[in-house]
Design a protein around this ligand. Structure first.
Ligand SMILES: Nc1ncnc2c1ncn2[C@@H]1O[C@H](COP(=O)(O)OP(=O)(O)O)[C@@H](O)[C@H]1O
Length: 206
């Protein structure tokens, strides 16, 4: 059964320390703002944002068990534990909170890694996670500036900063993020090409 918004907020906030819930409130706010700016449904963006980090503070063994026992993406278990909570959160959204909206579930699932062909909602929740008002990591202001230009430019800047940190620390990289970034760069290039081609076509016509 689908929980009401207030019940959901009460339950999700009980799964994490206060500072992580403050982060979630920030992601909710940024997700709503991005949805309004870029033409998505703010209520669906907020719903995904409320749930996105629900499993972040679960013991890693519990997260691994949810992934292993329910046929989720077991490849994640070959990477560091911070990558697991998104997949677990999507499972909780569907099976414990009764969310049926596939795009909301997927936006939770891909909020850390991204993926190729990200939906509008995937992009909004992932980018909101980078730029919410409480974030204060080196480079966050550049991501915020790019987010004003387009979701794609914001996300590319976000993934760049994550990948840079992982490379600097010598950590393994879950490859879906690289595929997501490649795809976003191509989307941007295609849009620029289409934008440049348009005036030529218009000139020809008139
Ligand atoms: N492609 C990736 N490969 C490996 N680790 C990653 C990848 N993408 C993100 N991470 C790491 O996963 C962690 C969790 O990401 P996220 O949920 O976005 O962060 P936060 O805890 O700041 O909300 C971060 O420490 C980040 O460095």
């Amino acid at each position: 059964m689908r929980l009401k918004r207030e019940e959901l907020i009460e339950h999700v906030s009980s799964q994490m320390p206060a500072r992580r819930w403050r982060h979630t409130l920030g992601v909710m706010q940024s997700a709503i703002e991005l949805a309004e700016r870029y033409g998505a449904d703010p209520a669906r963006a907020e719903l995904a944002a409320i749930i996105h980090d629900v499993a972040k503070y679960w013991p890693v063994q519990r997260q691994a068990a949810v992934i292993a026992d329910n046929g989720l993406d077991a490849d994640l278990l070959n990477y560091d534990a911070p990558m697991w909570h998104s997949e677990v959160g999507a499972y909780v959204a569907e099976h414990e909170y009764g969310i049926e909206d596939r795009e909301v579930i997927d936006a939770i699932r891909y909020h850390t890694s991204g993926r190729e062909n990200m939906t509008l909602l995937d992009k909004i929740v992932c980018l909101a996670d980078y730029i919410e008002p409480g974030r204060d990591f080196p480079g966050v202001d550049l991501i915020r500036e790019k987010a004003q230009l387009s979701l794609e430019e914001g996300l590319i800047a976000g993934f760049d900063s994550t990948l840079r940190v992982l490379v600097e620390r010598g950590q393994t990289i879950f490859p879906t993020t690289v595929l997501a970034r490649n795809d976003l760069i191509r989307q941007l290039a295609q849009r620029e090409q289409a934008g440049q081609a348009k005036p030529v076509a218009e000139n020809r016509g008139g």
